[in-house]
Design a protein around this ligand. Structure first.
Ligand SMILES: Nc1ncnc2c1ncn2[C@@H]1O[C@H](COP(=O)(O)OP(=O)(O)OP(=O)(O)O)[C@@H](O)[C@H]1O
Ligand SMILES: [Mg+2]
Length: 407
């Protein structure tokens, strides 16, 4: 995920990029890149995969299917359509230069996939090619972690254990040496994204406009009010987080859709869409918990399934802090909870601020409809967390509230 923030246009007649401009341009770039990498092969675009981040398409190239992805200026489509990078002619001009840069977002993603493919773990999708800021990856087929959690919720702990086993080499001290400082995807930092989104005046304007094109006035007003409180509390809680950079790597965008089990639930998973950054392994745990709870909040699988999955998340998270002293455990839990809530706010507000014309992933649309209960969940837990003495109380409350919002 990349950050979306509102620009404050200085002229009333500022022409925002249109969705058709962006999609036609992106599709053309995919065709052009495929034609240059595989000259003479027929290319057709099959299915668009809705994303608020980049433009993703399944593509037929010759006889095979690939996933093609392109990013415009490394910012989210939400930011782009809101005018953060200027008018469409300005964006086009900047993008021509951007795709030639060796440190563009997708150039870094391709480099990361190559580094990871050279390691024993984690298993990741293979890069088929990259050209003009378009990356092609080989398809990974099989159920995602999210799909498996819905059909075998009693195996949550085992599924998380095998996912994190893949990440062990990244989570070891010294792992950051695998990547040069320019190779990280800092855009995936939870706290960094939160600060960029909710900074100063533009942050206040951003919250004020949440849901303007997607929600009814009643729930919209409630969501804005809750988010104002949430953001204010989380900004203060951020001060208690440990230093962001460290000797370990975090996978970055670890969410249930990015973990695929091509050999079934007992086999090793394959990960998609890395966003490696120098951060604590707790960052990965926080993101996976946040996105799993949101995945459930969108699917509403019922109390029994939600209880198994949330219980599995709890058991797995507690197994990660088991050797620590009481005091250390408190600090780690506080950090984990803060990052969990920040990530939930980051992604929910992105969906809420997407222009109506941008097709959202099904998960995003479902979460827009559940904006009030999800925002209220963050409100309740961040309030408990604001009390410095009671990490375990906040942790237990987070899990019981997560179960309610997820069932
Ligand atoms: N190589 C692949 N094999 C299988 N599925 C893929 C592959 N690449 C992408 N996908 C599917 O397309 C979705 C979007 O791709 P990707 O995550 O790379 O783009 P994105 O713009 O970062 O989207 P998001 O912000 O939703 O993560 C993935 O969640 C996955 O469902
Ligand atoms: Mg992704």
């Amino acid at each position: 995920m990349t950050t979306d923030v509102y620009a404050v246009p200085t002229q009333q007649d500022f022409a925002l990029p249109g969705i058709a401009d962006v999609f036609v341009h992106a599709a053309t770039q995919i065709h052009r890149a495929a034609a240059e990498i595989w000259p003479g092969e027929p290319v057709s675009l099959e299915g668009h995969v809705p994303s608020v981040t980049g433009y993703v398409h399944r593509a037929r190239v010759g006889g095979r299917t690939l996933y093609a992805k392109t990013s415009i200026l490394g910012v989210s489509l939400v930011s782009l359509l809101r005018g953060t990078c200027g008018s469409w002619p300005e964006v086009r001009q900047a993008q021509e230069k951007y795709v030639t840069q060796p440190d563009g977002l997708l150039a870094r993603e391709a480099a990361q996939l190559r580094v990871l493919n050279a390691m024993d773990r984690p298993r990741v999708c293979a890069v088929a090619g990259i050209r003009h800021g378009v990356i092609f990856t080989e398809p990974v087929t099989g159920p995602s972690l999210g799909e498996l959690l819905l059909v075998q919720p009693g195996d949550t702990h085992e599924l998380l254990t095998s996912t994190f086993a893949e990440l062990r080499p990244l989570h070891e001290p010294g792992a950051s040496l695998h990547l040069g400082p320019g190779g990280v995807i800092g855009e995936r930092s939870i706290a960094g994204t939160f600060l960029r989104k909710f900074n100063g005046l533009s942050g206040a304007l951003y919250i004020d406009r949440l849901g303007a094109e997607r929600c009814e006035p009643g729930p919209r007003g409630e969501t804005v009010e809750l988010m104002l409180r949430n953001v204010d509390r989380l900004r203060r809680l951020r001060m208690t987080l440990a230093a962001a950079e460290g000797p370990t790597l975090a996978y970055g965008d670890l969410k249930p859709e990015h973990v695929v089990f091509p050999d079934g639930p007992d086999g090793r998973p394959v990960l998609l869409d890395p966003g490696l950054l120098r951060a604590s392994p707790m960052t990965d745990l926080a993101k996976l918990i946040s996105r799993t709870v949101l995945f459930l909040a969108a699917h509403r699988p019922g109390a029994e399934t939600a209880s198994h999955v949330v219980g599995g998340l709890q058991a797995f998270a507690e197994s990660q802090v088991v050797g620590l002293s009481g005091c250390e455990r408190g600090v780690v839990l506080r950090g984990l909870l803060t990052l969990w809530l920040m990530d939930t706010v980051n992604i929910l507000t992105t969906y809420l601020s997407a222009p109506a014309a941008l097709p959202l992933p099904a998960l995003g649309s479902a979460l827009v409809d559940r904006a009030v209960p999800v925002s209220a969940f963050v409100d309740e837990v961040s309030e408990a967390l604001a009390n410095p003495a009671v990490e375990w109380v906040a942790w237990e409350l987070a899990l019981s509230s997560a179960f309610l919002v997820a069932s």
